[in-house]
Design a protein around this ligand. Structure first.
Ligand code: FA5
Length: 342
């Protein structure tokens, strides 16, 4: 039996030298260490060995089993190293001298517009605040004067989460928290991603960006609102833009408006951007409802304020003359090329 053990050791060590692949290693493992392998057979048959020698043979067989196990592991490492060297020297060799196409990344158009707006607003004394994407029902609706079962909820088909929270449908969801955090007076903008379960088309996405703004102080009026919006839009379009207000209904403002701009591309003469309508609907806004101020801990007898909810995605679309909003979420880099964004 001892001779057999020593022969097996020699056999394995010779076979190891011939091995060329992982499959060979596995075959060898099964042949010697598998359930019916030579070494395992010796251990199984120990009961037939005379008692005086049994312990010694058992120990020697175990030592052999460990030795073969180690040889197998070493061989696997060798093969791995060989495979790797083969890859870097031959099959996956990279020729760093081949010239590559120059592709420098750029910011996303929405980010560019967002940063531009942030710069304009911070220049006018506004702070830039962050909002959550997952929000409570209270912040998204109740705190902005949209109680349960209010019909205005139907205009914002909501993605609800199993825990009763939701994906924010509007940046207005941060109004209450910001009021409670800073109190009055306050001037803040808060850009953010919003989600609605929309029927998708060229100007509706289920995921889009808005930028909300709020200014609260003593004697803030609609005149302030018009001034800020006019300044902002003139800076964005790099020219004086004319604005007009039409009545619009949002439960969190009173009075509420839709702010339109005279088409900056045709100056109102009519073109495909304004669909020959001369005016473009851009930004709902209004004077903050007293209930919303109260819920934000601000006394409506003392303070008033305006709020607006600019469609950032749509503004980027207009600025870069993109005719389908969905291109902005498409991850298709050709879009950036086409827009010539640097
Ligand atoms: C609101 O979301 C209000 N919270 C805005 C507001 C804030 C009003 C403060 C008054 C005071 P509305 O649902 O109209 O309003 O959306 C505002 C803007 O977001 C729209 O004018 C549009 O530009 C953009 N928007 C809305 N839905 C989508 C959509 N599915 N895809 C792309 N942009 C959208």
């Amino acid at each position: 039996m001892e001779e057999k053990i020593s022969n097996l050791r020699e056999q394995v060590s010779n076979k190891m030298k011939e091995i060329k692949s992982y499959a060979d290693v596995e075959n060898l493992r099964v042949e010697y260490l598998g359930k019916k392998g030579y070494v395992v057979e010796i251990l199984k048959n120990l009961k037939d060995v005379e008692e005086a020698k049994r312990k010694e043979i058992g120990q020697k067989a175990n030592v052999l089993r460990n030795e073969i196990g180690n040889m197998i592991e070493t061989k696997k490492e060798e093969l791995k190293e060989k495979e790797y060297m083969e890859k870097i020297n031959n099959s996956e060799k990279i020729d760093i001298t081949i010239p590559v196409e120059e592709r420098i990344g750029s910011l996303h158009p929405i980010t560019i517009v967002q940063r531009e707006l942030e710069e304009i607003f911070t220049g006018m004394g506004f702070t830039v605040e962050d909002g959550n994407e997952v929000e409570t029902e209270y912040n998204n609706f109740e705190a902005v004067n949209v109680p349960k079962y209010h019909p205005a909820r139907d205009m914002q088909d909501t993605f609800w989460l199993e825990n009763g929270e939701l994906l924010k449908t509007q940046t207005s969801a941060a109004q209450n928290k910001i009021m409670l955090k800073y109190g009055a007076p306050l001037k803040a903008i808060f850009p953010g991603r919003c989600f609605r379960n929309e029927a998708l088309d060229a100007s509706h996405e289920n995921t889009f960006f808005q930028m909300e703004g709020m200014m609260i102080d003593k004697d803030v009026s609609i005149a302030n609102l018009i001034y800020f919006m006019k300044t902002l839009l003139s800076e964005i379009f790099k020219k004086e833009v004319e604005v007009r207000l039409r009545p619009g209904y949002f439960p969190f403002v009173e009075p509420g408006f839709e702010l339109d701009i005279k088409c900056p591309y045709c100056d109102g003469a009519g073109c495909k951007v304004c669909k020959n309508g001369s005016w473009i609907e851009l930004c709902p806004c209004g004077m903050i409802h007293p209930n919303v101020l109260k819920m934000g801990g601000i006394n409506p007898e003392e303070y008033s304020g305006f709020a607006f909810g600019l469609g950032l995605s749509r503004l980027a679309m207009m600025k870069y003359n993109i005719n389908d909003l969905r291109a902005l979420n498409s991850c298709d880099l050709r879009v950036l090329k086409q827009m010539n964004i640097k």
